[in-house]
Design a protein around this ligand. Sequence first.
Ligand code: GLC
Length: 444
Amino acid sequence: MPDSKKASPGSNATGFSAMLDRRQLLLGAAGAAALGVASELGMRTARAADRTEISFASASFFGKEGLGDLVKAYNESQDRIMVKFIELPPPSSSTEVYQGLIQQLARRTGTPDVFSQDVIWIAGFAAAGWALPLDEYFPKEKRGDYFPGTLAACTYNEKLTALPWFVDSGMFYYRKDLVEKHGGKVPDTWEDMATMAAAAQKAGDAKFGYLWQGKQAEVLICDAVEVITSNGGSILAHDGKSSIIGEKAAVEAIQFLYDTINKTKISPQNALSWDEEPSRQPFTSGEAMFMRNWSYVYPIAQDPKASHVVDKVAVAPLPHFAGGKSAACLGGYQLGVNANSKKREAAIEFLTWMSSPETQTRLALNFGLAPSRPAIFQDAKLKAEQPFMASLQNVFTGATPRPITPQYAKVTLALQSGISKALVSGNVQAELKAAAEQINKIVA
Ligand code: GLC
């Protein structure tokens, strides 16, 4: 911390250590150590009293550091605002994070002042009037540094109700050494992927051919959007007023996922209970050839303390069906201000810092989360440490959104249940048709 920031009024270093010295005499070494901590906290609290306190609720992202470290860095970077971090479950527990957040927002008490929101909730939060429109703080001419697509995802009814933070998209992880041994070419189609994965398994080079996330959870919808779109299908019809998930393109795609477990056997039965982390572990421990996952995995795969496959992993766009095109599901969390916050100015200041080029670069380097600002993709350190980000920039910007509707929370539950039943029973067409009927009732 630069000295200038330490020297806030009231924290006179000489006076503070003199006070400690006196108490040390009375308490002895152990007591003094404990007191040292308490006094330091006391000092922070005293300083905090002069600051505007705001709260920030977010899913807990992790990597080389945690989100709490980022909040701490902000608190130490200035002496006017103190942010209290309310840590929600990890983003893979999307439904739980959503519940935690809406319970707070629906009370309309103004807590949390700032929150991060999965891209799928933006429409719902805006329609409920919980997210403050940000247009007056971030007028159009200030938005040029963000990807237009992310800005569009942050806009509801022509109002900007979220500030872009990071962009996620599904991608295809592969083992360079195993691809080299089994044909040398990264597969473009799902069919070729399955053939190669089965060959590697047969040769004893990989316990698992392909890892994906089949748990009845939000990530299953992401995996489903990818296969369905890569076969020319979709969840909703073009006008968004009905579901076409019971039609041929979607049925074939979900059938392919079912077959990875039951026919081609390139994926284990366990995939049906996996979200992101359980599917990531066998990959970074060296047991698998291919995996679908988000960008956060890359820094873990390159960390010798966590990975047995350092330098053996590369990332490509996901495969597609013959005649189709590769598709990645659009994910990511964006920032929002509680419409009922009584501390708007402070909230906006913190939000601006969180979305700044410096903080986004730190998120990319330390958490593997892709920037919503194109310029950062060219950052030299990022290019050296995570070369896939720049080379897959088009995958991030061209990602396919999940249905954009204020009813998404209901739509996803119907989808999660229907796709899950299809994958467990193998009655793919019947279950997807039933899901489509349910979704029709929600979006009509
Ligand atoms: C990632 C994505 C998010 C998605 C979630 C599902 O965190 O960024 O959009 O909903 O995964 O698990």
